[in-house]
Each structure stands twice: as structure tokens, then as C-alpha cells.
Design a protein around this ligand. Structure first.
Ligand code: HEC
Ligand code: HEC
Ligand code: HEC
Length: 467
């Protein structure tokens, strides 16, 4: 069954329910509330007409439901579709709000590309009743060209071979520009247990070099044997995340590094004074630190140094990177098949870019209620809502990056998934909305294993999961 025919089958119910197509998308757009300023329009002028006419009605918070949504019976079905459309992609937030100062995200580009290539949008159940208008071949070309141009202008690393230049996944750079003196101090601080209240824990306790930047535990053991309720993501390649933490509550690495030291169940220090009093006793380290940071020990300087060091925690040269760069034999035929499946099952709509994730926040219950099926609620299940307080952010999580993923088990924010095979199965059901047959799961897992890279010229340390 092709993806399109799967969608058509799913649409049957609504086609049967709606009697006539009463309200063309054009009129919705005409009377719609979304007002774009000229500079905003110019940011995506090539696609703005198509998107406004044919997509925005279902992918923006600013549109009223059409009048027939008020007819009993139909209302609940239509409301669900609007809710689902918005949860899958908030185009308004991306194209209007974000267009002010930043390019459309890599995830949105990949999502747009996927629905156009697979011809699934607007949903057939709507185009069939003339309410949503079809995307013409010409529209398709315009959107795909726009995706390609935006990628090339804002996200390409210039490292991929011409054949792979427009892939949703891109090679990691070998290194980033780094202030070496600051990074050297940051390296020491990353493994310095004096940052914790009882001198037992450093950053590296939970983000271990020999465990691909994780602790390979469901939940990390913090100070005095305490446990949180969220899995520790890898510190490797975190520099590429749009925000830090599963719920994005830190804007960048420096802000992030200020979190654990004073977190009562992680490193449990009282405040920076307590930490600095210990560090200041170390004359040699203090002199070295002062040589770089003129004003010496401060919380800001400490987190600045750590964040600088984390720019060196990147893992280039995986077999997949070599393939992207043009070495056709770097991955096997089966692994290439696996990458094709990874794209086909929509994985690359979210696990996108250099670090294969970290670019967007998505609903863990997008296609099916993961939390009801799993049971045993956790505080951390709130996701982004825990930070923004907004109901609409419930169960939204930053997409984890999949670099070195064979070494970073267990998986998910709740750390409940022990194998890659199960992670891929779960993603299919709850995020992609497709049951992935065993054969395809095997191929995808094979591909995921090609994402293990190198750090400091050596293969990233850790133990690969078996299945
Ligand atoms: C009439 C409502 C409607 C219109 C118009 C519409 N969509 Fe959607 N869209 C949805 C719904 C509902 C979903 C959620 C998936 C589903 O239920 O099929 C969705 C999902 C998506 C997704 C996420 C992928 C997925 O399958 O979940 C993307 C990307 C997308 N739409 C892009 C577009 C684009 C681009 C257009 C315009 C060419 C468009 N949509 C027009 C309702 C709409
Ligand atoms: C007790 C274990 C523990 C210690 C110690 C610890 N972390 Fe973490 N780290 C975690 C957990 C758990 C999370 C996820 C928390 C969340 O998202 O709410 C995390 C998240 C992160 C992230 C975000 C990654 C991402 O993908 O969002 C970075 C970066 C990070 N830690 C770096 C550090 C640094 C730097 C230190 C030392 C200053 C440190 N950690 C100390 C457990 C720990
Ligand atoms: C709509 C966005 C989306 C799609 C599509 C998607 N993922 Fe995910 N993926 C996520 C999010 C969000 C998480 C974290 C969920 C959580 O922990 O609650 C995740 C987690 C994972 C993890 C666990 C990583 C870790 O370190 O914990 C793996 C592996 C994974 N996805 C692979 C895939 C594969 C393979 C596919 C395609 C079959 C896929 N994903 C499709 C968003 C997506």
C-alpha cells in the first residue's frame, strides 16, 4: 500500500460525512485573519501564495473553523483535523513569526518536502469535497525549489557531494571555531566534581566520554543517590540543538550549564559562591582561569568556559558522513536502503540536519496516545508545557539528535526503550503514524548504526545496543 493510498483510506470517513464542498480555501484565505507584512512575505514570497491559499487554513492558529464545523456531528471530526494539522506543523508560527528574523526551520522544510513528494497534502478528504484546493504540478515544483534554495542558503555545510547537497541530513563539520584557551578551562570544569555540593559528581558523571556523552541509565543518579524522572541526553553534538533540554528551557549551552550545578537532585550546590569558594582554593587553576577571564571566577565565566568546551564535543566522520561527502562505498547497499526507508517513513521530517535532530519540538502523541499506552505517568511527560505553561505544549519534546544513537540507550525522555528496534517501532506508531514491518525496521536500524562518528580522531566511546 502506498503512503498516499493509506491516507486516502483514512480520509474515506469524512468524505462520506460531508455532503457538499461548501467553503473553498480561497475564500477562507481572503477573509482569514493572518496578515503578513511585506518583509515577512518576501522571506518566503515564492511559496506564500500557494501556502496561503492551500495550506494555511489548517496549519495556523489564526483561522476560524469553517461554518459547517458548527453542524453537529461534523464539528468534532473537523475540529480534530484542525487540531491534528496544527500539531503536525504550525506554519503560521514558522512562516510569519519566525520570518521576522530567522529562516524557516530545517524540520519545516523537510516536512513540506515530504508531503509534496508523497502528495499527501492537502488531505484527499478535503480536496475531494472542493474545500481544500489541490496542489498543482507547478505548485509542487515551486515548493520543492523553495525548500532546496532555503536549505542551500541557510543550512548547507558545503561538505556534501553535489549528489547529496539537497539531502535533509547533512554531514557534521570536522570542527567549529573555538576559543582554545577558554575551551581548555571548560574541559577541566566539565570533569570537576567541585561543581557538586558534596564533591561527588561532575558533568562527565552523567555525560560520560565512554558512554557517548550519556550515562546509559534510565534516569541519572544525582547527589546523595537521588533520581530525576527524565533521561540524560548526550552532551555530544548538543551545540547544534536549537534550544537545550528536552523542553527547551535553556536558550543555549551557556544557559544550560548553569542548570545542573544548583539543581538539588543533580549536583546540589547551594549557589555559585559555594562552588567558587572551593575553586578559589586551587591556586594553580585560579591563576590559569584569571589569565583567560580577567575578572576571575564568576558563574558566568564558568558556564562560558564549559559552553566553549562543548563546541568541541562534536563527532564527525561517521560512515554516513563519508557517504554524504561522496564516498559511495562508505555504507553498504542495505544501509543505503535503510536511509531511504528513514526518509520514506517520515523520520527525516523531524530527525533532520547535521545532528539528525534537535531542530524542532514535536508531540510524542502526534498520531496515537503514547502516554495512555505506556501508563505510569511521569512529571517529565509534560514536555514543553513544563516550561511554557501552555496547554498546547503538553507532550511536546525536543527531537533528540540521533548521532551515535547505537551507543546512547536507553531511549526516549522516559528512558523506557531498551533497543533501537523498539525505538523505531514506537516512532512509527506514535510519530510517523505507520506500522513499520520488521524488515524495514531492520534496515532503518542498520542505517542508524552508520551514524556513529569520531571524537578527537577516535571512534566515539560506548557499547552498541544489540538489537
Ligand atoms: C484541510 C486541512 C488541511 C490543509 C488545507 C492542509 N493540511 Fe497539512 N495536515 C492536515 C492534517 C489534518 C494533518 C495531520 C495528518 C493527517 O491527519 O493526515 C496535516 C499534516 C501535515 C504535515 C505533517 C505530515 C503529516 O502527514 O502528518 C505537513 C508537513 C503538512 N500537513 C503540510 C501541508 C501543506 C504544505 C499544505 C498545503 C499544500 C497542507 N498541509 C494543507 C490538514 C491540512
Ligand atoms: C546527575 C546527572 C547530570 C549531571 C551531573 C549533569 N547533567 Fe546534563 N543532563 C542531565 C539530564 C537528566 C538532562 C536532561 C534534563 C532535562 O532535559 O530536563 C541533561 C541535559 C543536558 C544537556 C542538554 C542536552 C540536550 O540535548 O538538550 C546538556 C548540554 C548537558 N546536560 C550538559 C551538562 C553539563 C555541562 C553539566 C555540568 C555542568 C551537566 N550536564 C551535568 C543529567 C546530568
Ligand atoms: C514528528 C516528529 C518525529 C518523527 C516523524 C520521528 N521522530 Fe523519532 N523522535 C521524535 C521525538 C520528539 C523523540 C523523543 C520522544 C520522547 O522521548 O518522548 C524521538 C525519539 C527518537 C529516538 C530515540 C532517541 C533517544 O536518544 O532517545 C529514535 C531512535 C528515533 N526517534 C528514531 C526515529 C525513526 C527511525 C523515525 C522514523 C520511523 C522517527 N524517529 C520519526 C520525533 C520524531
Amino acid at each position: 500500500m502506498t503512503i498516499r493510498s493509506m491516507m486516502l483510506a483514512a480520509g474515506g470517513l469524512l468524505i462520506a460525512t460531508l455532503m457538499t464542498g461548501a467553503c473553498p480555501a480561497e475564500s477562507m484565505a481572503a477573509e482569514g485573519k493572518t496578515v503578513l507584512t511585506k518583509p515577512q512575505m518576501e522571506k518566503f514570497s515564492k511559496v506564500s501564495d500557494i501556502v496561503l491559499d492551500k495550506c494555511m487554513a489548517c496549519h495556523s492558529r489564526d483561522y476560524d473553523l469553517p461554518f459547517y464545523a458548527k453542524i453537529p456531528g461534523i464539528k468534532s471530526i473537523i475540529e480534530k483535523d484542525f487540531r491534528d494539522g496544527l500539531r503536525a506543523m504550525d506554519l503560521n508560527a514558522e512562516l510569519v513569526d519566525a520570518a521576522r528574523d530567522k529562516p524557516v526551520s530545517e524540520a519545516t522544510l523537510a516536512k513540506m518536502e515530504w508531503v509534496i513528494l508523497n502528495e499527501t497534502m492537502p488531505p484527499a478528504k478535503f480536496t475531494a469535497v472542493h474545500w481544500g484546493s489541490r496542489v498543482s504540478n507547478e505548485d509542487e515544483k515551486v515548493i520543492l525549489d523553495w525548500v532546496k534554495e532555503t536549505r542551500a542558503a541557510h543550512y548547507a555545510t558545503g561538505l556534501a557531494s553535489p549528489a547529496h547537497a539537497n539531502e535533509p541530513l547533512q554531514p557534521l563539520p570536522d570542527k567549529l571555531p573555538v576559543d582554545a584557551a577558554k575551551a581548555a578551562l571548560g574541559e577541566k570544569l566539565f570533569s570537576d566534581k567541585r561543581l557538586s555540593g558534596d564533591n561527588t559528581l561532575s558533568c562527565a558523571s552523567c555525560h560520560a566520554y565512554d558512554k557517548a556523552g550519556t550515562d546509559n541509565s534510565r534516569f541519572s543518579e544525582g547527589i546523595r543517590g537521588q533520581f530525576g524522572d527524565i533521561n540524560a541526553p548526550t552532551a555530544f553534538n548538543a551545540v547544534f540543538n536549537v534550544k537545550q533540554f528536552w523542553n527547551g528551557r535553556a536558550a543555549d549551552l551557556q544557559e544550560q550549564a548553569g542548570g545542573p550545578p544548583m539543581n538539588p537532585i543533580e549536583m546540589g550546590s547551594k549557589d555559585w559562591h559555594e562552588i567558587i569558594a572551593k575553586l578559589a582554593n586551587d591556586a594553580e587553576f585560579t591563576a590559569a582561569f584569571k589569565a583567560v577571564f580577567g575578572d576571575g571566577w564568576t558563574g558566568d565565566n564558568i558556564t562560558n568556559a564549559i559552553a566553549e568546551y562543548e563546541k568541541t564535543l562534536i563527532t564527525p566522520n561517521s560512515r554516513f558522513d563519508k557517504w554524504l561527502k561522496g564516498d559511495d562505498s562508505a555504507i553498504t547497499k542495505a544501509e543505503q536502503e535503510g536511509y531511504e526507508r528513514f526518509k520514506q517513513y517520515r523520520c527525516s521530517s523531524c530527525h533532520v540536519g547535521k545532528s539528525v535532530g534537535g531542530q524542532s519540538f514535536e508531540y510524542m502523541d502526534l498520531k496515537k496516545d503514547y502516554f495512555a499506552d505506556r501508563g505510569s505517568p511521569l512529571g517529565s511527560d509534560e514536555g514543553l508545557k513544563g516550561f511554557t505553561g501552555k496547554g498546547e505544549d503538553l507532550h511536546r519534546f525536543k527531537v533528540p539528535n540521533l548521532r551515535n544513537v547505537e551507543l546512547t540507550a536507553p531511549y526516549m525522555h522516559d528512558g523506557t526503550v531498551a533497543t533501537l528496534d523498539e525505538a523505531v517501532r514506537i516512532m512509527g506508531v506514535y510519530l510517523s503514524g505507520m506500522d513499520i514491518p520488521q524488515g524495514d525496521r531492520d534496515l532503518i536500524v542498520g542505517f542508524l548504526r552508520t551514524l556513529t562518528g569520531e571524537w578527537n580522531g577516535k571512534r566515539v566511546g560506548g557499547t552498541p545496543v544489540e538489537k
